[in-house]
Design a protein around this ligand. Structure first.
Ligand SMILES: C[S@@+](CC[C@H](N)C(=O)[O-])C[C@H]1O[C@@H](n2cnc3c(N)ncnc32)[C@H](O)[C@@H]1O
Length: 186
């Protein structure tokens, strides 16, 4: 079994975990998540909940040389694996919560993110955390900025729509479990 799969399973069964999945996302889901991003116009990209980096490597391949990538991961084991694998001049791995994004940007003199790519398991969060994260994402984006989020159900659609009224839905059966993708514009 690949290292990232093993790490995922072990973290999923840790008490109190907020992983929300048993396995890393597939390359098919990665393609759906990233298909609408105009990478050439991005100066700051943020990834929420990168896990073992199922999307991170693809983002790194596509981002232009003057773009910064901030990846924010709550789980310390994932954070350590991500740091070893993805840190470079353009990419910073942060061990923290997506709720801290405004402070994280401010500390780096960055006014806004152009794009936020989120894998957070919104459906397992309580209502107030879900709203806090979506509100922070919306407030941190530039005008016309792009927010993309996947989920295994449509349960969080109403909550996402409260913050992003320009929303379109996508789906891929080629993931375990099959996943819905929410493409949103500020
Ligand atoms: C469903 S997994 C997705 C992992 C990976 N992006 C993938 O698609 O394979 C969700 C990830 O979000 C992380 N996470 C949960 N709550 C978080 C928070 N408040 N801030 C940052 N990361 C969080 C988890 O530790 C986990 O790595």
């Amino acid at each position: 079994m690949k290292m990232s799969k093993k790490t995922f399973i072990s973290q999923f069964f840790k008490p109190g975990n907020k992983v929300g999945a048993l396995a890393p996302s597939s390359r098919f889901l990665a393609a759906k998540m990233l298909k609408n991003i105009n990478f050439d116009t991005c100066k700051t990209i943020v990834e929420f909940g990168p896990g073992t980096g199922a999307f991170t490597g693809v983002i790194q391949q596509r981002m232009p040389v003057d773009c910064k990538l901030l990846i924010i991961e709550l789980n310390e084991t994932f954070y350590e694996e991500l740091t070893a694998k993805f840190t470079n001049e353009q990419t910073e791995v942060i061990n923290g919560s997506a709720t801290e994004l405004m402070e994280i940007l401010k500390a780096r003199n960055i006014q806004h993110a152009d794009c936020i790519i989120s894998s957070l398991p919104l459906a397992i969060f309580d209502e107030s955390l879900r709203a806090q994260i979506l509100g922070t994402a919306h407030a941190s984006l530039s005008a016309g900025g792009y927010f993309v989020q996947f989920q295994y159900s449509l349960q969080s659609k109403k909550a996402i729509k409260q913050f992003f009224n320009e929303l379109s839905l996508d789906f891929t059966p080629l993931n375990f479990p099959p996943a819905f993708v929410y493409h949103c514009k500020k």
